[in-house]
Design a binder for this molecule. Structure first.
Ligand code: HEM
Length: 229
């Protein structure tokens, strides 16, 4: 039997997609209940470790220069993502009511608030992270035979879809109360899972899409602003 090699393009893409799906599912706290939420969140963190191992070379290369604007932006964003994930992980352990309830629970109220707010920020940063690494994603897709033979028509269609996604993402963020939560304020927006389930995930996907489009284009602008060497 051949061993599954996680560093190969198809398993890598599968792993990254699974991480994204688990992140979205973890957000539907009031749909799943506490135990399912904690299980989904814990699997998310386990897969995230594999994602970090797959990209281990990035961390060792990060110590080596030179740094242009594009690379500096990518480093800052990755560090922000790592910091917010660390906050989410630590607060998860601190507020757990099921899997890790045996652990001490210092400052429960503050920890809960940090858990929610870091989770909302992570959605925005994950989107930016995806946009910044979009070139890497498309090269992985090409290596498994997708997106080959990209013509100008496809590039224009892709651009229009990205624009539509960004507009939808802006409105979806308002529906989900994301804008106020990103400024650390409470929001009255509460999703009613008895009414509908799928649109909840659709809205979050659009939000990630909005930030991915932003990240991708800001990076392109940074590359243009770079003096030619
Ligand atoms: C992908 C990782 C995770 C994300 C994105 C996430 C996100 C969230 C969000 C957004 C809420 C607030 C739900 C609401 O009131 O609308 C929440 C609540 C909660 N989460 Fe997580 N979470 C994650 C992982 C975990 C893990 C691993 C644990 C514990 C092992 C955990 C424990 C809890 C608990 C106990 C609550 C309820 C807090 C309360 O009493 O209000 N979470 N989470």
């Amino acid at each position: 039997m051949t061993r599954l090699r996680w560093t190969r393009p198809a398993p890598r893409l599968l792993l990254d997609s699974a991480i994204l799906v688990l992140l979205l599912v973890a957000f539907a706290y009031w749909w799943q209940g506490n135990l399912a939420h904690e299980i989904v969140g814990t699997i998310f963190f386990v897969l995230l470790i594999r994602h970090l191992v797959n990209n281990g070379r990035w961390w060792s290369a990060a110590r080596r220069g030179p740094y242009d604007l594009r690379r500096a932006m990518s480093l800052i964003l990755t560090l922000l993502l790592a910091a917010s994930m660390a906050v989410l992980l630590l607060t998860s352990l601190a507020i757990s009511q099921s899997l890790f309830a045996f652990l001490p629970q210092p400052g429960l109220f503050t920890m809960r608030e940090m858990h929610w707010f870091s989770a909302y920020w992570i959605m925005a940063i994950v989107g930016l992270h995806l946009g910044l690494n979009w070139g890497r994603v498309t090269s992985l897709l090409r290596s498994i035979g997708w997106m080959n033979g990209r013509t100008r028509v496809w590039a224009v269609l892709g651009g229009l879809c990205a624009l539509a996604l960004a507009v939808q993402g802006y409105f979806s963020a308002s529906v989900l109360g994301l804008w106020s939560r990103l400024s650390f304020q409470y929001s009255l927006a509460m999703w009613d899972f008895n009414e509908a389930v799928l649109p909840f995930f659709g809205h979050w996907l659009a939000v990630i899409g909005l930030f991915a489009v932003l990240g991708h284009h800001v990076l392109r602008l940074a590359a243009l602003a770079q003096p030619a060497r």
